[in-house]
Design a protein. Structure first.
Length: 94
């Protein structure tokens, strides 16, 4: 499970920044199973709003897709937050 790679556990926040995708329910189930807190982020936010949201929510890790990766990368790097980029090709792999 990708969240395990980042040491996600009970009470930690996991932000996800991506348009609606078929994998989101699976991601949410994994977050909840770990006892973590899902922080959905609107992928249409401006960079400054995304940064402010992350400063307030303090997520432990951010999950994104290739379409929003550049925006997420700049925010995650500035905060020392791990970033997991989920691509469509990976969705079909076990």
């Amino acid at each position: 499970m990708l969240l395990g790679r980042y040491g996600v556990g009970r009470g930690m926040r996991v932000a996800y920044l991506m348009p609606n995708r078929p994998e989101i329910p699976e991601l949410l189930a994994g977050i909840l199973k770990l006892g973590a807190i899902a922080v959905p982020i609107n992928f249409r936010l401006e960079l400054s709003d995304l940064a402010a949201l992350c400063d307030n929510a303090l997520p432990h890790v951010m999950v994104t897709d290739s379409a929003t990766a550049e925006k997420a990368k700049s925010v995650a790097q500035a905060r020392g937050m791990p970033l997991d980029v989920h691509d469509e090709e990976e969705a079909g792999r076990g």
